[in-house]
Design a protein around this ligand. Structure first.
Ligand SMILES: Nc1ncnc2c1ncn2[C@@H]1O[C@H](COP(=O)(O)OP(=O)(O)OP(=O)(O)O)[C@@H](O)[C@H]1O
Length: 256
């Protein structure tokens, strides 16, 4: 099968914290990875394995010491986090991080959709945009559309995380990074947001990397699974191989 060009390519990524000191820690050890359009990759691994460091490096929140990062064949290793936001969107574990507390749901969505930001504040009739946003909120089926003018701080954690997700994808990013984005939610809400995530990724044909500690979710969702151990990719499976993976086998691998 001929594959498209990768959306993301990591070449020999290395990160060492506190180099040259007694606290030196080699966290990313020569990571090579190609991520193709439409892939939805779960990333699992022990605490401290380097998963968030990897995501931070891709998003531009952290500088790497060695290696290259490419998006759609363009090297972005030295591109700052703001510019990378043109291609990369992110949803964090804490629902509070993806939205602005004091602003309404509508205002938050305006900021996320900031291409026409000036239009919104020039007093234009934004009825069309409001209707569009309301219908996208209604599609989430989390009751947020009824609160479109409510400050986000009054939403539940699940509603807020669903809104963060919608805001992250509103401009169709080339790459969506999900950093344990359901971990702070109760089990039922976590499952609702997880299903919503999978649905949106499929509908919008997004490419996504999702860190999770939930092995069941890592197995049930996405079409590829990566295990990071001690700063290296220890397992990388997709398709039928992923579908046949057993939870017990993965748990055994954690112990190695
Ligand atoms: N900015 C930093 N400065 C120094 N050390 C850091 C920094 N960020 C992460 N580390 C260390 O790097 C190691 C890997 O952290 P990282 O957050 O990437 O792990 P993780 O796999 O995401 O773990 P978890 O599942 O617990 O979130 C940890 O030991 C952490 O303390």
């Amino acid at each position: 099968m001929i594959k498209n060009n990768p959306v993301l390519e990591l070449k020999g990524l290395q990160k060492i914290f506190f180099p040259g000191t007694v606290n030196q820690r080699h966290i990313l050890k020569n990571i090579d990875l190609k991520v193709y359009p439409g892939e939805f990759i779960s990333i699992i691994g022990n605490n401290g394995a380097g998963k968030s460091t990897l995501i931070n490096a891709i998003a531009g929140a952290l500088k790497v010491d060695k290696g290259e990062i490419e998006i759609l064949g363009q090297t972005i290793t030295k591109t700052n986090i703001r510019k990378r936001a043109n291609w990369i969107a992110r949803v964090f574990q804490d629902p509070k991080l993806g939205t602005a507390d004091q602003l309404s749901v509508y205002e938050n969505m305006v900021l996320a959709d900031d291409k026409q930001l000036s239009d919104y504040f020039k007093g234009y009739d934004n009825t069309k945009k409001r209707t569009q946003f309301a219908s996208r909120l209604a599609a989430l089926d989390m009751g947020i559309e009824a609160h479109i003018d409510t400050p986000v701080k009054y939403l539940s954690g699940g509603q807020r995380q669903a809104l963060s997700l919608l805001m992250a994808i509103i401009r169709k990013p080339q790459l969506l990074l999900l950093d344990e984005h359901t971990a702070a939610l109760d089990p039922k809400t976590s499952q609702t947001v997880m299903e919503l995530t999978a649905q949106l990724i499929e509908q919008e044909r997004l490419t996504a990397l999702m860190i999770t500690h939930d092995i069941d979710d890592a197995l049930a969702y996405g079409n590829r699974l990566i295990m990071v151990q001690d700063g290296q990719i220890k397992l990388d499976v997709q398709g039928a191989e992923k579908a046949h993976l057993l939870k017990a086998d993965l748990i055994k691998m954690f112990a190695i």
